[in-house]
Write a protein that binds this ligand. Structure first.
Ligand SMILES: [Zn+2]
Length: 669
């Protein structure tokens, strides 16, 4: 294929992928299977590798991420990105509407919209191509987050239809509530601190340096404000509808996410409706936004120093109650992390009775400056557990005691530690701290892990108290007599439990790996590790380099895995599990040959006939090992085009042989 042909093919594939992406994410009406989509995308990726000079900045391959933003540069907004005036009062909305009627003589239309609780974004398009995405910042200039925004699938990279040649569209990037809960569930499983609310998570995600992480997170976006010099329409509402034709995801008209009205009654109905219905939305809103529809009228009304006169935001009141802080308890998690929890005097909030509030960590307690017996304000946001947002200082008793963060584990009295850069305290007595031991067991037997039925929290506690089970491997040596003598056990339930333990020996290796509860090794990571390291011994011996060379395994996980296996007690545990017959190896991979046995390869650069992953697979299928960086132990560097000069220098210095793509192929043959 020559360059000209390649260009035509790349364009064709890009158009097709853009079309299907739009059908899938914006219209929710896919026309091809995920598999077929991936096949098309792979074709494009391969072509772009062969013709890197033809890669466009708006290629659908940018969606998968990979571009790294070292520093987010500041960019001045072409049109200032002002925030809106806010009010909580319906009277003020009436006053606002009256003022507008006084200054504009013609009949006025208003557009009512939802106030999405996310991160405001301005995206510029030139000739139908996405060129820049900038956050609000201080309103005059914001941060360039283009590479990250390109990974959000509902934002078009290439427009269709009769779009203006040069304009900016604004909207809000947010985290759907479902994905937010899923994310936090995963963090709970890994015993990591949870994200406070979807908005924080959205803004944190948008500021990730690695766009691949952004791509994996599932951010979404509504776009609803068009700015430019020569816009085709003279009002806001029609412009938004028009933007849909260009490929944007706009607020849904049929579900009343956006509504046009001429009267204050229409506005009030909209406010009333969403104040009641907002809980049913798949994303968070914190109010509604009202705008004058006609652009000329907007211009006539103009701006105050801070915000436009033609728009206003009505914010819903967050329900806040005052109650008594009775005590603070400290919970110990499976990995020893300490979570402070406030016990409150029971109070009604948002339709439920609230008795507890999460305090997250020591910094949070310090920030709230809490004293026992304080009268505290409690709110419920996107979180499942409500939080304390302030203290009524007037009600503080004269001799109240400040809430101190404990120095010793409440369960085993070991002195707590706080690792550098982490916000949580830990109990380091991993081996004997009861909630850690039983917590690990609960994690081990859970459905996603070893799926052992008939073994509840209470039974685990009993087994532990009775000294029958000190670690998860001991489960496999339990006898009928030991089990049947526990409280609330009968012959039948004891038999069921033993059968269930026996059946867990068939659980595949990747799930066993997850069930072990290695810090930061959740389901997905366990799968990746199991796919890469065929058995637990290979994983236990893996070097840091080999670990980080695995897709999606970062330094943090690599360190955690290494420290897990370097612990003698864990080594003994693994041996016991092996003896018990638990699956600690995957399905054996047959090497095609052992030609590369004992050799370490570093694959670097861009290749013409292979993709990098294909090359790595050839190496592995023939017994070789891929490592990520060049050292004296490296046997060969397979160098494609654009290999970095630093790598080249290092290889030369250490005397490591360098193979070109062709040399590798010859060598292999
Ligand atoms: Zn402890």
């Amino acid at each position: 294929m020559n360059t000209k042909e390649a260009q035509i093919e790349i364009e064709r594939l890009s158009n097709e992928l853009n079309h299907h992406n739009h059908l899938y994410y914006v219209e929710s009406n896919p026309a091809i299977s995920d598999y077929d989509f991936d096949m098309l995308l792979n074709k494009l990726i391969e072509l772009e590798k062969k013709f890197p000079e033809l890669v466009s900045e708006t290629s659908p391959t940018k969606r998968v991420g990979g571009d790294i933003t070292k520093k987010f540069t500041s960019i001045k907004h072409r049109f200032p990105m002002l925030s809106l005036g806010n009010t909580y009062s319906r009277e003020e909305i009436i006053e606002w509407e009256t003022r507008i009627k006084k200054s504009i003589e013609t009949e006025i239309e208003y557009v009512c919209e939802l106030k999405y609780d996310g991160v405001a974004i301005g995206i510029s398009y030139e000739n139908g191509k996405l060129v820049k995405a900038v956050t609000r910042g201080d309103g005059n200039s914001g941060e360039d987050v283009t590479a990250n925004v390109k990974t959000i699938k509902t934002i078009p990279l290439q427009l269709k239809g009769d779009f203006p040649t040069d304009f900016e569209i604004r909207g809000e990037i947010f985290y759907p509530i479902n994905s937010f809960h899923k994310m936090n569930e995963e963090r709970r499983e890994n015993d990591e601190p949870e994200y406070a609310n979807p908005r924080n998570l959205a803004s944190g995600t948008l500021k990730q340096q690695d766009s691949k992480i952004v791509a994996s997170r599932g951010l979404d976006c509504f776009l609803y404000g068009i700015y430019g010099v020569d816009l085709p329409l003279n009002n806001h509402y029609e412009s938004v509808l028009k933007a849909k034709e260009w490929g944007f995801k706009i607020p849904v008209v049929t579900e009343k996410y956006i509504l046009k009205t001429k009267s204050i009654d229409g506005i009030m109905e909209f406010i009333e409706y969403w104040d009641k219905q907002r809980e049913s939305l798949p994303f968070e809103i914190d109010g509604v936004v009202l705008k004058v529809n006609n652009y000329d009228a907007q211009q006539e009304l103009g701006f105050t120093a801070k915000s436009p006169r033609w728009a206003i935001a009505y914010k819903f009141k967050t329900e806040r109650v005052e109650t008594l802080l009775e005590s603070v308890v400290f919970q110990v998690g499976r990995t020893g992390s300490i979570t402070p929890v406030a016990n409150l005097k029971a109070v009604q909030l948002g339709g439920t009775v609230v008795r507890r509030a999460s305090l997250h960590n020591a910094d949070q307690i310090e920030k709230n400056d809490l004293y026992l017996g304080d009268s505290v304000y409690v709110e419920k946001g996107g979180e499942i557990i409500p939080k304390i947002v302030g203290v009524n200082l007037e009600k503080r008793a004269a001799h109240a005691h400040k809430v101190d963060f404990i120095k010793h584990c409440p369960e085993c009295q070991t002195e707590l530690v706080r690792r550098e850069g982490e916000s949580n305290h830990f109990c380091p007595n991993e081996k004997a701290c009861p909630p850690q031991v039983t917590g690990r067991m609960e994690h081990f037997i859970a459905r996603k892990g070893m799926n052992i039925d008939g073994l509840g929290v209470e039974t685990i506690d009993q087994l532990f108290q009775a000294g029958l089970v000190k670690n998860v491997a001991d489960l496999y040596t339990l006898t009928f007599d030991q089990v049947v003598n526990l409280d609330r056990m009968a012959d039948k339930s004891a038999n069921n439990l033993l059968q269930s333990i026996e059946a867990s020996k068939q659980i595949p290796y990747e799930r066993v790996l997850f069930a072990l509860g290695i810090r930061f090794v959740g389901e997905t990571v366990a799968k990746k590790l199991a796919a890469k390291f065929e058995n637990i011994d290979l994983l236990a011996q893996a070097s840091f380099d080999e670990l980080v060379a695995v897709d999606e395994i970062g330094e943090r996980i690599a360190i955690s895995v290494q420290s897990y296996f370097s612990d003698e007690l864990h080594q003994q545990l693994i041996e016991k599990l092996k003896k018990a017959g638990v699956q600690l190896q995957g399905v054996k991979k047959e090497f095609l040959s052992n030609k590369f046995e004992g050799m370490n390869f570093v694959v670097s650069g861009v290749f013409s006939t292979f993709s990098r992953d294909e090359l790595k697979k050839v190496i592995e299928d023939n017994g070789g090992k891929n490592v990520s960086s060049i050292s004296a132990k490296t046997t060969y560097v397979v160098a494609g085009e654009n290999m970095g000069p630093a790598k080249l220098e290092k290889a030369t210095k250490l005397g490591v042989k360098i193979l070109s793509e062709q040399e590798f192929v010859n060598f292999f043959k």
